[in-house]
Design a protein around this ligand. Sequence first.
Ligand code: BES
Ligand code: ZN
Length: 631
Amino acid sequence: MKTFLASLLVSTSLASHAAAPADPIVPGKDYHSYADTNAFRVKHLDLDLSASFDEQRLSGVADLTVTRVSPDARDLVLDTRDLVIRQAWWLRGPADLVPLRHTIGVRDPMLGAPLTLNLTPEMSGPEFTVRISYQTRPEASGLQWVPAPLTADKTHPFLFTQSQAIHARSWIPLQDTPQVRHTFTATLRVPPGMRAVMGAESASNPLELAADGVYKFSMPQPIPAYLIALGIGKLEFRATGARTGVYAEPSVVEAAAKEFAETEQMMQVSEKLFGPYRWGRYDLLILPPSFPFGGMENPRLSFITPTVIAGDRSLTSLIAHELAHSWSGNLVTNATWRDLWLNEGFTVYLQGRIMEAVYGARRNAMEETLDLAILRDELATHPKPDQILAIDLRGRDPDDAFTQIPYIKGHLFLSWLRSRFGEDVLDKFLQTYFDAFEFRSISTELFREYLEANLLPQKPGAVTAAELDEWMYQPGLPKNAVLPHSDAFQLVDAARREFLGGKTAAADLPGKSWTTHEWVHFIDGLPAKVPADKLAALDEAFGLTNVGNSEIAFSWLRVAIANEYSPAYPRLDSYLTGIGRRKLIKPLYEDLMKTPAGAERARAIYTRARPGYHPIATATLDAIIYKDAKR
Ligand code: BES
Ligand code: ZN
């Protein structure tokens, strides 16, 4: 009940998305859902789905228990995208199914199609349950059916979901808006030899396969639809602590457990700083390399790209990030996608606090400094309206409109508050904030009110309203921002200068002792054009073309493309065909597209790579590769 009442604090509105951008934004209004949250709110979902890899579809029923908000609402409108809806019923009682009329509206390319259930007059009570029988289509945007040859072990296919931001509707008919939260239970039926996992409590022993292929789950905490997640594959489990572990394909599980052995320690740091972990276990699922993101904070089970298994734990900030979402994002959730910075900016701040405690200030300063370079780049390449923390996404697909700005500028906003109020005060404030809004979804405006009521009085005059306005509602980076600084990088800068100026030979650079971060900074700081002999000398001394670390390789391949350094081309090819993490491949394709010869190379590689990419990645990449050519 508490959650329901609390959710009314978010001002919601009639389902409509076609507002012209010139109209003022209604805070808390979700422009990316057909659901009318003033009429009904889903409070529980029960799924029973079978997975067919041959047909590439999930098929079964979703039972939605719905709370009535408006006494006279007659139609229940749900979000769908490319679902095949077979039939709908009212579950009047156990084994008492009353058929309901349903209609599917016009499909919008971005939002999908509304599914309207016409309720019977008898369904006027405060709560009812409907059953929808349906199946997904092979092209469902939130699913990737990975064929066996594209998995790590190549023995079994793999299925995984990616529901954020608005893809849950492509595999479940529901109110796909982050301001509706509900519990769920699920039964999944999968082929023999495979395991199903969900971001939920599992009823089965992680060390044994279910002989009948049936797996049951329950999520007792209310969550938004974008956090519903499922994976099916040939999966093994290794514990890394009492409440942490990894699921991965057999050939990956050992390396993953080693790489992420510090997860329990990260949890302890987080709990000390931000309050109890509310979700029971925290496991990781390592996905096939085509997973389009670095990580996804599905509750109890973060989904993780294998590209961060570097062998030296140098890319574990991703785990700190996804874990931190257990507070910022999963516990306190952005009410709409405009408010994404409340999820991501806060999470990057928490991530930094965790990283500093576990790995020390030196490494964290390097990571924050690398982030700052990314932010500067984003600010230089995005129009002013998109430089604001709370982005106006009306009429736009969140997949295309999200940038690193809400992440890194959001982080710097909190770092700036820390500089004015002190670290202890800010950490305590955040803990209070997570407690105050736990299991609720809030808007930027509600956060601002909370900040004014709870942080500002702790040190009157420490910040002005005008300063807050600038951070929250103006483009660019405020002049008073407190920027990260890394001494280690200054040494790298000096080494780079000596190398470029011909004073130090490549082989004499201190690169052998550099960490991943120092290497990335060194390479990213090279000028646009580097003489071929210098690139060859670096490559010769440090084997950069064949480096296994996905981030160092990424930076190096960008330099290779810009300088037409052909010895790296085979590696570029295998990199782009071997991984599908959008952040690591999109810039490489964009770089290639800048010259005619590069564009030809990009198209040739993309033709081969595309069948292995996720629908979210191909949607982005198609627009880049086919921008002036007909397919
Ligand atoms: N929740 C995000 C991923 C996401 C955001 C998916 C918006 C769809 C829409 C996740 O927590 C994230 O931010 N991942 C980052 C890594 C992070 C360390 C910055 C990524 O995938 O690169
Ligand atoms: Zn995130």
